[in-house]
Design a protein around this ligand. Sequence first.
Ligand SMILES: C[S@@+](CC[C@H](N)C(=O)[O-])C[C@H]1O[C@@H](n2cnc3c(N)ncnc32)[C@H](O)[C@@H]1O
Length: 269
Amino acid sequence: MTFNISNIEKLLKINNISGHVYGSETLSLFLYTLIKREKLSNIVELGTGLGTTSLWICQALMENNKGNLTTIDNGRDIQELVSFIQEISELLEIDPPSIKDSTTIIYYQNFIYKTFKSLNLDQFLDFKNIDINLQNYSFAEDNIITVDEKIDMLFADIAHGPDNIIDIFRCFLPLMNDFSHILIDSASTKLRSYLTLEQLVADLNKGKVSPRLLSQNDEQNHYLIQLVTQRKFRLNHLTEKEKQTQNSTAWITLEPVDYRPNPEVTTLP
Ligand SMILES: C[S@@+](CC[C@H](N)C(=O)[O-])C[C@H]1O[C@@H](n2cnc3c(N)ncnc32)[C@H](O)[C@@H]1O
């Protein structure tokens, strides 16, 4: 296993500049390690922000020499990010996008494309500037993500309330790979979200599917109910010993109901 050290040094410097903005300084390294270790391939991220986590995800994909990240952001926060965008552009010696465009989405898009290109990570990136409404979206049917390949990792970083958690599961559970990960940022240290997750995962492990997880489509619902009976769900609360607003990530691992470890990695006997 090799590490691309020159890129990693720059990514660490970017973390020092702006990782704290969304509290992703260490989570980005965690995602990088998990993707590298498990050779995860098809990754979806809701909420690109300044690209901190997206960069590390693509870095792992590059080092694995396979995979793709679809990351989606509506650019809502752009006004507050201008000084960080300028500083990161300076570090990477790329032309910063013109400040006079800073109220526009083009400013944000340019920053993302130039940053990833300068690190040769653009080939692993599919950045979509879309406003997500978790209640209305059918991500596959609306062609927001392709369904040729099931998702190995979903990192949801746009909303973490109890209803959002249910919406995320309703939208994405049918799209997840047999062995896969769903991470929901900030959900583990908000009491109502924490309790929702605990109950939801306990129910799913008993094969119980709330009507709130079902859609209008009977065929899809039948598939979802079948799927839930054939999966184990493990919930971990990754919490940080830092008093900041975004100091946790709920990490749910999905795996088939089976009586041996992931067969692809098992050392027998
Ligand atoms: C917490 S930040 C993402 C940070 C990034 N994942 C990281 O850790 O470096 C959340 C991002 O979600 C975006 N966002 C919030 N609501 C959204 C929505 N409904 N649709 C698309 N993007 C949204 C915001 O613009 C913001 O950039």
